[in-house]
Design a protein around this ligand. Structure first.
Ligand code: SF4
Ligand code: SF4
Length: 58
């Protein structure tokens, strides 16, 4: 799901984390201090994270 968004195109807006109905996305810091979403719990494959992602839509 949200892993389909390339890390280098993610802007860290957190919209995916906020919209996830089961709160399974967590923002995790990489070695340079940027936050990226990671699915850490049971994803129900609803597709909302991708639907809301501003860079995946492009
Ligand atoms: S597909 Fe749905 S449940 Fe899975 S991470 Fe995205 S918003 Fe959350
Ligand atoms: S919605 Fe898209 S751009 Fe925003 S944090 Fe999630 S993956 Fe990155």
């Amino acid at each position: 799901m949200i892993e389909n968004v390339e890390k280098n195109s993610c802007c860290g807006c957190e919209a995916c984390r906020q919209i996830c109905p089961v709160q399974c996305i967590e923002m995790q810091e990489d070695e340079e201090g940027f936050l990226y979403p990671k699915v850490v719990d049971k994803c129900i494959q609803c597709g909302k994270c991708l639907a809301v992602c501003p860079v995946y839509a492009v």
